[in-house]
Structures are given as structure tokens and as C-alpha cells.
Design a binder for this molecule. Structure first.
Ligand code: NAD
Ligand code: 0WE
Length: 262
């Protein structure tokens, strides 16, 4: 008996077998959850079909979170398969690549800012709003993925940091808005992990090297580290936790003076 047995979870954000959402899905399934998946576009459908099959799931639906229609349709389709929903995992982030480098203000555009906010922050609230009816009366929960750039200025993360700050505020406002329905809302702030979202980010390897020296645990984190915390936060073991951002970063965020303090 796993900690999620009998729970039904919707997983948004699988793009490859390195996706954080992939490990969360695998581990939640191991813990007894029944899963449904979404994929961004036809290019990704095959890969998402594969993990769905591996976890015994036959529910694989298209979802570009920038589309109101697709958000509505996902819950319409899910409602045909399931009579309720216990968990939504939101593991989605996007900003136009040009904005994730160099000087924040030099590279900033109104359109890029809006895209980052829409796809990376608004979408979490939109899923909570659209999924609310299916999550009534069953101790449901929502979970999203954030990053330290939400609360600290850092090189290159730029507009994504601003979008993650809004996402973390969403965790609190959604927790407040959904609390009376018994629905919990939490976030995990993960340390850097080599996934598609990290590919092409200059110096990613040196960021990992830095974390391995500076973090209290003297290592970087893996998708499994995140998946275990995710399963916990979505389970009844976390019944008293809502509106919270849990750091899964080998302790990196608690440190100061790391250059000389190693
Ligand atoms: P990933 O590239 O595997 O996942 C990102 C996902 O976002 C993909 O599945 C992609 O299809 C999806 N996506 C992008 N635009 C979308 C849209 N319009 N509609 C629907 N889906 C869309 O990378 P990942 O590292 O697993 O990222 C998952 C989450 O974890 C993101 O929110 C990311 O910001 C966060 N995160 C990542 C790291 C890291 O270092 N990898 C660290 C902390 C937080
Ligand atoms: O949230 C992220 C990355 C999210 C992301 C990645 C991309 C790459 C491809 C958002 N948008 C895009 N757009 C693309 O076109 N992370 C936490 C990983 C990450 O990204 C960084 C980091 C870290 C860590 C960017 C700069 C600096 C550090």
C-alpha cells in the first residue's frame, strides 16, 4: 500500500524521460496513484504515450496551457474517464529563449514578459480554477515547481524569476481560495537539474558544480529527490500543509558566503 493508493492525479509537464514530471509520475504510480497525462504538442505525444503505458495509464490528452479552450477540454475529457480528481501536478515553465540571457532589462520585451507570466504562472491558477469542480470533497491537492530565482536575483534567469515569483504568490492565493474546499496548494523549489528546460542554458554544468560545492549536502539534486517530496506533499501525510514552498535543493538556499565558506 503506497501513500497515494486510490488517488487520481493529472500530470502536466512531461516532455522527456528526464522531465521532473516524468519522475514524479513514476514515483506517484509506485505509491499507488492512478494517472492521466497531458502533452504540449504532437511532437511530444509519442513520448508521453510511452510513460503513460509504463504507468498503466490510458488517459493522454493534449494541453497547451496558453489555450483556454484546451484547458476546458482537458477537464471535460477527464470527467468522462474519472468521477473525480485528487491531484494536479503542474510542471510547466516557458519564456522566449532570448530573454533568458544577458541583462534582464536590455533583453526584456512586453510580449516575452507576457508569455513567461502566462505559461509559467497564470496557467497554474487556470488549472486550479478549471479543475476545482472535479476536486470537490476529496482532500485534493495541487502542486507546482519553482526555482530559487523567484526570491533571489540571479544571472540569466531574468524574466523567469519574475514569473516564478508570481507563481509562488499564486501558491499562497490559491491555497487561500481553495482552502474551504479542503484543497491544498503547494510548491517545490527544486535545485538545478539537467532536463530539456536546462538544455542550452549557458554554464549549466558550472551551476551544478557550484551547487555540489556550496550546498550543505555537497551534491546536486535528482528528479527522484523532487519526486519523493512531490508524492509526500500530494499525500495525506501532508494533510496540514498548504500554501507552502518546500525547497528540494540539497540545502543550497540556506547558505551565504559560499565562495569563501566552502
Ligand atoms: P522539461 O522541459 O522536461 O519540462 C517543462 C515542461 O513544460 C515540458 O513538458 C513542456 O512541454 C512544458 N510546457 C512548456 N510550455 C508549455 C505550454 N504552453 N503548455 C503546456 N506545457 C508546456 O523541464 P523540467 O526541468 O522538468 O521543468 C519542469 C518544471 O520544473 C518547470 O516549471 C521548471 O521551471 C521547474 N524547475 C526546473 C528546474 C531545473 O533545473 N530543471 C529547477 C527548478 C524548477
Ligand atoms: O525554470 C527553469 C527553466 C525554464 C525555461 C527553460 C527554457 C529553455 C528553452 C523556460 N523557458 C525556456 N525557453 C526556452 O526556449 N529552470 C529552473 C532551469 C534553469 O533555467 C535557467 C537557469 C536554470 C536553473 C536559465 C538561466 C539561468 C539558470
Amino acid at each position: 500500500m503506497g501513500i497515494l493508493s486510490g488517488k487520481k492525479a493529472l500530470i502536466v509537464g512531461v516532455a522527456s524521460n528526464r522531465s521532473i514530471a516524468w519522475s514524479i509520475a513514476e514515483f506517484m504510480h509506485q505509491q499507488g496513484a492512478e494517472l492521466a497525462f497531458t502533452y504540449l504538442d504532437d511532437k511530444l505525444k509519442k513520448r508521453v504515450d510511452k510513460i503513460a503505458a509504463q504507468t498503466g495509464s490510458e488517459i493522454v490528452l493534449p494541453l497547451d496551457v496558453a489555450s483556454d479552450q484546451q484547458i476546458e477540454d482537458v477537464f471535460k475529457e477527464l470527467g468522462k474517464e474519472w468521477d473525480g480528481l485528487d491531484t494536479i501536478v503542474h510542471s510547466v515553465g516557458f519564456a522566449p529563449r532570448e530573454l533568458l540571457q544577458g541583462n534582464y532589462l536590455e533583453n526584456l520585451t512586453r510580449g516575452g514578459y507576457q508569455t513567461a507570466m502566462d505559461v509559467s504562472s497564470y496557467s497554474f491558477a487556470a488549472l486550479g480554477k478549471a479543475g476545482r469542480d472535479m476536486m470537490q470533497g476529496r482532500d485534493a491537492s495541487l502542486l507546482t515547481l519553482s526555482y530559487l530565482g523567484a526570491v533571489r536575483a540571479m544571472n540569466n534567469y531574468n524574466v523567469m524569476g519574475v514569473a516564478k515569483a508570481a507563481l509562488e504568490a499564486n501558491v499562497r492565493y490559491m491555497a487561500h481560495a481553495l482552502g474551504s474546499d479542503g484543497i491544498r496548494v503547494n510548491g517545490i523549489s527544486a535545485g538545478p537539474i539537467k532536463t530539456l528546460a536546462a538544455s542550452g542554458i549557458g554554464n549549466f554544468k558550472s551551476m551544478l558544480d557550484h551547487v555540489e560545492k556550496a550546498a550543505p549536502l555537497k551534491r546536486s539534486v535528482t528528479q527522484m529527490d523532487v519526486a519523493k517530496a512531490a508524492a509526500f506533499l500530494c499525500s495525506d501525510w501532508a494533510s496540514g500543509i498548504t500554501g507552502e514552498i518546500t525547497y528540494v535543493d540539497a540545502g543550497y538556499n540556506i547558505m551565504a558566503m559560499t565562495e569563501i565558506g566552502d
